[in-house]
Structures are given as C-alpha cells and as structure tokens.
Design a protein around this ligand. Structure first.
Ligand SMILES: C[S@@+](CC[C@H](N)C(=O)[O-])C[C@H]1O[C@@H](n2cnc3c(N)ncnc32)[C@H](O)[C@@H]1O
Length: 174
C-alpha cells in the first residue's frame, strides 16, 4: 500500500474495530485507578468516547485528521504531540504506523500520569504487514514491551495476533 493510499484511508477513516473496543473496556474496568483525563491517540471514529464520557472522564481526541470540533490535530510522524499531561493514553491500532517508535513511546511515557492502554499486532508476515501500511514489524511481545521504560504491562488480552495491553506506571522505591 503506497503512502498516498494510507493518507486517503486516514482522511476518510470509517473503520471500526469492535473487538479492540470490547477488550479495552474490560481492561479499563479492571484497572481500578481513578482516571480523570484521557488522550485517545489516533482516535479514528472515537468509538470509545461515549464510554469514557459516561464515566465523567475528560476524553481528548487526538489525530492527524480532525474527527470532531475538539480533535487536537497533530502528526506523530512529525514529532507533534499535545502539550498537557493526562492520566491515561489510549492507542489502538496506531503503533504499527509510527516512525521512530522508541522516541514516540518515550514521549507517551512522559505525558502519561497513570496508565497506558495500547494494542499491537504481532502477525509474523512482513509482506502482509507492509501491504497494510505498517512500518513497525515486531513479532515478539517481549521486544515490544522492552520499549517501555517507566510503564509495566500487568494485564493483557490476546485476540489472534492482536494484543491489547494495560500498563501502569512503575513506582520506584529508591
Ligand atoms: C487504524 S486507525 C485506528 C483508529 C482507532 N484508534 C480505532 O482503534 O478505532 C489509525 C488512526 O491513527 C491515525 N494516525 C495514523 N497516523 C498518524 C499520525 N502520524 N499522526 C496522528 N494520527 C495518525 C489515523 O488518522 C487513524 O485515525
């Protein structure tokens, strides 16, 4: 898939990933941490907006394309990112497309005060990955998780090759 195709796909993004939403809400319910603000990074159709707003959580959509009046429009691949810190960062179906994945994750860790919920697809077929427009090819969960220095995944749900992780900030007692 060429770069132009991917841009077209994002611009008119009409994709819905119900299984990821279901897994995310169940993981979030298990977190048992008070969350008052959330960045949905690469928010797409904002399918979890209502879920979080019903819990009185300030939902802040972030995407390369405006999806609503309140979308913070940034391009992660140009190292743009919203300024403020939030309690939770949510990234579903986003890491696969990001250039400079390590520095993006470092930035997310800085901006997140409590938890990160994120997905990654570990499908081990590079050709299919490239055809989907993915630029990050990681096949091993441990390799992916080692990129997080301050957050630890303490719960996860796997659906085929997709894993959704719930990560909490590690408390340093030193
Ligand atoms: C596969 S969709 C996932 C949408 C949503 N998170 C979901 O799970 O339904 C990827 C989203 O990330 C956004 N995105 C892709 N590359 C981006 C970039 N470089 N900067 C900001 N957003 C980006 C796209 O516009 C799109 O909305």
């Amino acid at each position: 898939m060429s770069k132009i195709d991917l841009e077209k796909r994002w611009k008119y993004c009409n994709e819905k990933y119900s299984f990821r939403d279901t897994v995310t809400t169940s993981l979030f319910n298990e977190a048992k941490i008070k969350i008052s603000s959330i960045y949905d990074l690469g928010c797409g159709k904002q399918s979890l907006r209502e879920y979080f707003e019903q819990k009185n959580i300030k939902y802040i959509p972030v995407d390369k394309y405006s999806r609503s009046k309140d979308t913070i429009v940034v391009d992660f691949n140009k190292k743009e990112f919203p300024k403020k810190k939030v309690d939770c960062c949510l990234l579903l179906g986003v890491f696969e497309y990001i250039k400079g994945l390590q520095s993006f994750i470092d930035l997310i860790e800085k901006k997140t005060q409590k938890i990160i919920i994120c997905s990654f697809c570990f499908l081990a077929n590079k050709k299919t990955r490239e055809a989907t427009g993915w630029i990050n090819h990681i096949y091993d969960e441990e390799v992916f998780l080692r990129k997080f220095k301050k957050f630890k995944a303490y719960k996860k749900v796997r659906v085929k090759n997709w894993v959704v992780f719930l990560m909490e900030k590690e408390v340093c007692n030193k």
